[in-house]
Design a protein around this ligand. Structure first.
Ligand SMILES: Cc1ncc(COP(=O)(O)O)c(C=O)c1O
Ligand SMILES: N[C@@H](CCOP(=O)(O)O)C(=O)O
Length: 466
């Protein structure tokens, strides 16, 4: 499988190179040159398979040319062997039509583990084939950071520099990152928002000299391998609910548009997805873009769903490219316009393409609280605030009632226990293996959110190419 950039001028690459590169050299994001298709019979054949076997079948076309099926299976076994639930991503029923897909049974209690545990394995495998060292630079609003650090801590050929917005992640999220003791892990709290951190990461990639010197790679969902791994659970859930003989809808709490874009990929591959609900909090750029065609960056407002406090959604570019007719040069111009003015209008083709599958909703604090209470009262489920945003939006979906609606439960409630306690009166406990999190010593740097400050910090500590 070859991958092309959304901005049309970077070279097409195979899976191994795309995984190690992260961002394309023209500033775009890599996408497969075509979507692999699954026939109804091939989807039916996934019924009853374990998570690992499903993962191997769904991802095999994407890694073709870089990994054999056996190698892929080994890596999936290593990645998903660390999950605390046998089903890896179990489905829980709330009522006659609503389900939660629990994606938080990995080591750091958020859906990011599903992709990042595999990405850690992929990095290790690909680096073992070459005499090279990677410098990962990443931005996190809380969950990607801990999951990425867990996946690469202690790996010899990798250093990781993780930027988070100072004071804007939960205590549990911050401590999950800053208490990891490994010589290759560097945490940086920057002044500013997640968007500022993400812009700094992209600027480091776009500085060709810096990027080459330190062999930068990405763990954010700009890295295609992240999204590929997330496609699997859409198949796994839909098949358990009757696909391909029954349509299934998904509601996805959304920030950087990676998780829900993985659902779009599943639909492109032939999974019968009735609707994809893009659920945002009050940081609603995606809702405005999908409902009105207005993609303009607002001020980021801090909410009880900090991981979704995002106003520039990296992966939206992948949708604009695919739904808008795959014209890389036109998209490069459009994105340059956005980068200059922080605003753009979607084209008619992009709006029409997106509206075939996506619906969106903006959920405020009251809506989130009501959904948390409803899950608790209706089904005894204590859910986290991000998942509650997804559930509130799911309950507003106007669909044939025979279609099951699956909300992606993206984090364990204990990561956001203050907000959960406020809404439900129940304080969720951290799993016992994390019981001493608040006794562990933290270590992180605090830096101004400037390119010079961050690159100087990285350059002093990272391993340059030999
Ligand atoms: C708990 C949680 N829910 C939802 C999201 C949004 O996911 P995405 O950025 O893939 O849209 C995030 C962050 O990415 C998250 O950490
Ligand atoms: N919500 C994320 C933000 C980064 O998103 P990513 O999926 O692109 O890594 C986080 O928790 O860090």
């Amino acid at each position: 499988m070859q991958y092309v950039s959304t901005r049309g001028s970077a070279p097409a690459l195979g899976f191994e190179d795309v995984t190690l590169a992260g961002l394309a050299s023209d500033g775009g994001l890599y996408v497969p040159e075509r979507w692999p298709g699954f026939s109804p019979d091939e989807i039916r054949a996934l019924s009853g398979l374990s998570y690992v076997e499903t993962a191997v079948r769904v991802m095999a076309p994407f890694v073709a040319g870089s990994l054999s099926e056996e190698e892929l299976r080994d890596l999936c076994e290593a990645a998903y062997g660390r999950f605390s639930h046998d089903a890896v991503t179990p489905l829980v029923q709330l009522d006659h039509r609503h389900w939660m897909l629990e994606l938080f049974h990995g080591p750091t209690l958020a859906f990011k583990d599903v992709a990042l545990q595999l990405l850690g394995q992929l990095f290790e495998r690909f680096l073992s084939r070459r005499d090279d060292h990677l410098t990962i630079v990443g931005a996190t609003s809380g969950d990607t950071g801990s999951a990425a650090i867990d996946a690469v801590a202690g790996r010899e050929k990798i250093d990781i520099f993780m930027l988070h917005p100072d004071g804007r992640v939960s205590d549990v999220q911050r401590r999950q990152m800053t208490t990891v003791r490994a010589p290759n892990v560097y945490n940086i709290a920057i002044e500013g928002s997640f968007d500022d951190a993400q812009a700094l990461v992209k600027a480091m990639f776009n500085d060709a000299g810096f990027s080459r010197r330190f062999n930068l790679s990405a763990v954010n969902s700009i890295n295609w391998a992240r999204l590929m791994a997330q496609v699997v659970y859409y198949f796994y859930a839909a098949v358990r609910l009757g696909a391909p003989d029954r349509e299934v809808a998904f509601s996805v709490p959304t920030g950087n548009f990676g998780d829900v874009f993985a659902g779009y990929v599943a639909a492109k591959m032939g999974l019968p997805v009735a609707r994809l609900m893009v659920a945002t909090n009050v940081n609603d750029i995606l809702h405005r873009a999908l409902a009105e065609g207005d993609y303009s960056q607002g001020q980021v407002v801090a909410t009880a769903t900090p991981s979704m406090d995002i106003q520039v959604s990296s992966n939206f570019e992948r949708l604009l490219f695919d739904a808008g007719g795959r014209d890389g040069n036109a998209l490069a111009n459009q994105m340059r316009g956005f980068e200059a003015t922080r605003a753009m209008r979607l084209t008619n083709a992009q709006r029409d393409g997106a509206s075939q599958l996506f619906t969106s909703a903006r959920v405020d604090a009251d809506g989130m609280t009501m959904a948390m209470r409803w899950a608790y009262d209706a089904a005894g489920q204590v859910i986290d605030p991000h998942s509650a945003v997804g559930l509130a939006a799911a309950r507003s979906l106007d669909l044939d009632p025979s279609i099951p609606v699956v909300t992606l439960a993206t984090a364990h409630a204990a990561k956001f226990r203050d907000a959960v306690e406020r809404a439900t009166g129940t304080r969720p406990a951290l799993p016992s293996r994390m019981g001493d999190l608040f006794a562990r010593e933290e270590s992180y740097a605090k830096l101004p959110g400037t390119f010079d400050a961050v690159t100087a910090y990285v350059a002093e500590r990272a391993t340059p190419r030999g």
